[in-house]
Design a protein around this ligand. Sequence first.
Ligand SMILES: [Zn+2]
Length: 187
Amino acid sequence: MNNKYLILVNRNNQISEKYECEIVNCDSIYAKDRKLEKETYLQFKKLEDFISKKGYTIAIESGYRSYDYQKKVWNEILISKGIEYTEKFVAKPGYSEHQTGLAVDFLLYENGNFYDDVKMLGHPVLKLVADNAWKFGFIIRYPLGKEKITEYGYEPWHLRYVKNKKIAKYIKDNNLCLEEYLDMLKK
Ligand SMILES: [Zn+2]
């Protein structure tokens, strides 16, 4: 794949340990030390602004995670919880999309509290993001009903930057996941 913004990383497609992209420090009201690929960050800020004009505050919870960081997390959880738990819930180093710098987990800030992952389920902000993320080049990476293909549960808070808005809109309008879109390109 020549287009780096369409890179596929999942449980069967490993990212090279040498993968490099331009990583920048992010400004997030949630945490100070988050990082993302440069363009992903710029576009996420625009999405954040758009959502804020609709009356909700979202922020970066998790962005770029390096290979070494993922390895550290993997080893720590392996020691404390054992292999079965670790394999089920933690991405192996090299298999986390967060290593691309193109993945953002966002959370919601409302009435002085942060709401992340399942605590946001049912909140209107999720639909607002799902309907509009394409305008900024993002897709919902782990959509509902695609669990067998993505091998991840529904994660409406995990956005993936694909850059091209037409592609992002096409994926949304046709209810595809990234794996299905890339398969379609091959045919
Ligand atoms: Zn994520």
